[in-house]
Write a protein that binds this ligand. Structure first.
Ligand SMILES: Nc1ncnc2c1ncn2[C@@H]1O[C@H](COP(=O)(O)OP(=O)(O)OP(=O)(O)O)[C@@H](O)[C@H]1O
Length: 421
């Protein structure tokens, strides 16, 4: 790397105040408005163009404010079309705001639109020197770090091939490697990692963690909860161009998943209808505090309403990754339980929750033991319940996060028989 940004006093490197951007849905009208705006701007006494919408215009971003300091990473999450890329383009100066202000301190490295800033006719090698020159680095300055850039990109012989023949993953590799070696104080990353393979994604996440520790700042747009969880302490959720939530990275993910699953971001959910037994709520708490702590106890309580009694039921809970794609662990009770008619509860405790700090979701099933038929389900046909596991970010934990480890298994170190510790 040419050099990591120097750690500096604790002042915001990004200050965004009441940022607004509007777009036009019609290309011709948009060009016409653009022309009128340029002319209007030339007249010092003309009215500012920003306050209202003209025909066919809409707000892509409105009233967006936040700050970011050195060593901090901010996740920008939100549904498709929420305004995330627009925000990054405004931060990078690719487009002009229609309202509000942006103050940036330091050099910005941006990976926004794949391939932007790379010349397709030139080889990867030539592009590295051209990009570096644009950032004010001479050939002699780049030469000593060229091998690092080449190694990070991991393109092999393709480094001498024209960039137009690169796959999207190869373009991402080259763009990321060049951007991070040009000494940015602020790194803007928009979904670039999504096109990279797993090896590259892991490399980038590890790089971002080291870069943050060295005082750099990251703004990350991603739909990948693990990337956000691993890198971002802070987050904002955009909804129709407005900040719907701002908080820690995990809280923001919680809100985002709640929004995506359309359920309230609390522990509890609506009933499963159309079944003889209805799960009315699932509550999860630790013993000392309402928060569930990594390695600590987890108490689950299922409130159900049964139309009739059942003599032998089983029940199970399952903890999934927060994208709802992979089941991590759970508990299955196969000894018969009597389910009384009316409103009652099923409870259990996990004495030591083996999950690391992070965001998960929980699904529950109550089923008839004899027929194995489900009597009530929660989180399968409807939205699963979010579970936030908290934990101290000790050196060991942060290393675990870096590895994106989800589960901690109890280990007895050493071999007693051999007397090795
Ligand atoms: N140049 C443009 N002209 C007109 N509309 C635009 C332009 N760029 C973005 N938009 C619109 O602004 C809104 C926000 O788009 P943006 O690309 O910022 O969303 P996003 O949150 O990044 O979405 P995604 O998750 O799909 O990448 C969308 O309605 C989009 O159609």
């Amino acid at each position: 790397m040419i050099s990591a940004p120097e750690a500096a006093p604790d002042f915001p490197v990004i200050q965004v105040r009441k940022l607004a951007k509007k777009f036009c849905t019609r290309l011709r009208t948009s060009l016409w408005y653009g022309l009128r705006d340029i002319v209007a701007e030339a007249w010092p006494w003309s009215r500012p163009r920003t306050a209202s919408l003209r025909e066919h215009e809409f707000w892509s971003l409105q009233d967006v404010s936040f700050e970011l300091r050195r060593g901090e990473a901010l996740a920008i999450v939100g549904a498709n079309g929420a305004g995330k890329s627009t925000l990054l383009k405004l931060l990078n100066g690719l487009i002009k705001p229609d309202g509000g202000t942006i103050r940036l301190r330091g050099q910005v490295g941006a990976l926004i639109e794949l391939g932007v800033g790379l010349d397709p006719v030139l080889s990867g090698r030539e592009n590295i020197f051209v990009r570096a020159a644009l950032f004010g680095f001479s050939r002699t300055q780049v030469n000593p770090v060229f091998s690092q850039i080449e190694e990070f990109a991991g393109l092999g012989d393709a480094i001498d091939m024209p960039v137009q023949f690169y796959s999207s993953g190869m373009v991402a590799r080259l763009a990321y490697a060049v951007a991070i070696h040009l000494r940015p104080d602020i790194l803007l990353v928009d979904e670039v990692l999504a096109v990279g393979d797993m090896d590259f994604q892991r490399k980038c996440i590890n790089h971002m963690l080291a870069y943050l520790a060295a005082g750099g700042s990251v703004v990350l747009v991603s739909h990948n909860p693990y990337h956000i969880q691993a890198v971002c302490q802070r987050g904002i959720l955009l909804e129709h161009g407005r900040v719907a939530f701002a908080g820690s990275g995990l809280e923001t993910l919680d809100r985002y998943f709640a929004q995506q699953h359309q359920l309230p971001a609390t522990r509890g959910t609506g009933p499963t209808t159309g079944r003889p037994v209805v799960i009315e709520a699932l509550t999860m708490t630790g013993e000392a505090t309402p928060a569930v702590v990594a390695g600590g106890p987890l108490r689950l309580r299922v409130d159900y309403q049964a139309q009739q009694a059942y003599e032998a039921v089983g029940w199970a809970f399952y903890i999934w990754t927060n994208d709802g794609l992979t089941c991590i662990t759970g508990g299955l009770r196969l000894e018969p339980v009597r389910l009384a008619a009316g409103q009652h509860q099923l409870c259990c405790t996990v004495p030591q929750l083996p999950l690391t700090a992070g965001q998960y979701v929980v699904k529950v099933a109550i089923f008839e033991l004899h027929s194995q038929q489900p009597l009530a389900l929660l989180g399968w046909e409807d939205a699963p319940v979010p579970l936030q596991v908290q934990g101290e970010l000790t050196l060991e934990k942060s290393f675990q996060t870096m590895l994106q480890q989800l589960v901690t298994i109890p280990v007895k170190w050493g071999d007693e028989q051999l007397g090795v510790h």
